[in-house]
Write a protein that binds this ligand. Structure first.
Ligand code: COI
Length: 393
């Protein structure tokens, strides 16, 4: 079947005041005419019908009421601060269809907190956590029929906060827009844990992503466009993604594309699960990263996998000679097993290639625990209260 879903209502934002009025006592099931299984991580030619829109006016110091409006283009002055100076942060979070047909959003409180920190870093007004979560929930409920079936994909939410006011001066915007739109996306793992081919990473010799004291730990839109060329060049050489190292010594691992990086390394007769620390403000504090650390520390250490330690510490490139597993984490990427890291060793020299079979025991255990929570397959305390149930509107 065709998967092209033309916008049902691409209303211009002249319709901003439109509010949803239709009463619904249950969440709509997935649209049976949509082939969600064919979706990749992207727009998939779909525009969901509703998005959240609110504005903050610096002169009055107040947010507009905010609410659902038809999904559609945003109108901006050419002098809008976001277009000229890149004053913009975003978030990424996912809604999962639960076994009973309900929908849960994974840890929106964590994204709300990071969004507030990012707003402060970029001198934008902060969105109250309850507004952020309510907006996400409203967008999911209104677009429930676009939330794929249980384990057949997810509804990806993209909250934005950006300087939308007209201003030429190099200063924060007189107006800020908070917008949340959504898109159904495919499962990263077609075939499930252990079956997707492990990804390959190439350490970038030419590009650095962040510097100490910079904004690398902020989910600023401006952190992403400069990585496009690095990613494109790696992919052109056959790798899945770029692996960034630190700007000062070029020897310490930071992030893989738009994902956090974990490695399993030998330690005192056992195994250590390691990810780079957040203290130099060069690493994005990922929600999946934090969740993996919690699950590994609470449930996987000394649990028969050989894992004896979980650390947030620098990972030097030369430690990869001894790795047994590695994986990347992110909301978009979920958990991606790494099968190869290639490290350039100098012009004309053969690069070092570190390889594993991928999907080792620790990676599998982490993914299985996380996915069981996200898909509503564990009971009571096992689910840790990480799924925010979406109420019908
Ligand atoms: C996410 O993992 O959700 C991200 O925001 C990273 C990327 C898709 C831009």
């Amino acid at each position: 079947m065709s998967r092209v879903m033309l916008p049902r209502r691409l209303g211009a934002l002249a319709a901003r005041s439109t509010r949803l009025t239709r009463a619904a006592s249950t969440l709509a099931p997935p649209d049976p005419n949509v082939d969600f299984e064919s979706f990749a991580f992207g727009l998939n030619d779909v525009r969901t019908e509703w998005m959240w829109h609110a504005t903050f006016d610096a002169a009055s110091g107040e947010w507009s009421k905010g609410g659902l409006v038809p999904h559609g283009p945003l109108q901006l002055e050419p002098s809008a601060t976001v277009l000229n100076y890149g004053q913009c942060i975003f978030e990424g979070l996912k809604a999962f269809r639960q076994p009973d047909g309900g929908i849960g959003i994974f840890r929106p409180d964590m994204n709300a907190a990071r969004f507030r920190e990012g707003a402060a870093r970029m001198l934008m007004p902060q969105v109250p956590a309850e507004t952020f979560v309510a907006a996400c929930e409203a967008v999911v409920a209104a677009n429930a029929h676009w939330t794929p079936p249980h384990k057949g994909g997810t509804l990806y939410l993209r909250p934005l906060l950006f300087g939308s006011g007209a201003a030429l001066g190099v200063a924060p915007s007189p107006q800020t827009t908070f917008c949340v739109y959504s898109s159904p996306v495919g499962n990263y793992f077609k075939g499930g844990v252990g079956e997707a081919p492990p990804i390959t990473l190439e350490v970038s010799s030419a590009y650095r992503r962040a510097t100490p004291g910079g904004a690398g730990s902020t989910k600023a839109a401006g952190n992403y466009a400069p990585t496009f060329v690095a990613s494109k060049e790696c992919k052109g050489r056959g790798y899945s993604e770029v692996l960034f190292v630190d700007a000062l010594t070029s020897s310490v691992i930071e992030e893989a594309g738009a994902s956090n990086f974990f490695a399993v390394l030998p330690c005192d007769g056992g195994l250590e699960l390691v990810t780079p620390p957040l203290d130099a403000s060069t690493i994005l504090p990922g929600v999946t990263r934090s969740s993996v650390l919690t699950l590994a520390r609470d449930e996987l250490v000394h649990a028969g996998l050989g894992l004896t330690k979980v650390s947030e510490r620098p990972i030097h490139l030369d430690e990869l000679a001894n790795w047994s597993e590695a994986f990347c984490t992110g909301t978009g990427a979920s958990i991606a097993s790494v099968g190869q890291v290639t490290v350039p060793t100098g012009v004309g020299a053969k690069p070092a290639e570190h390889k594993t079979a991928g999907w080792g025991a620790v990676t599998k255990a982490v993914a299985q625990r996380l996915f069981a929570i996200q898909w509503g397959e564990c009971e009571g305390e096992q689910s840790r209260g990480w799924m925010h149930a979406v109420r019908p509107r």
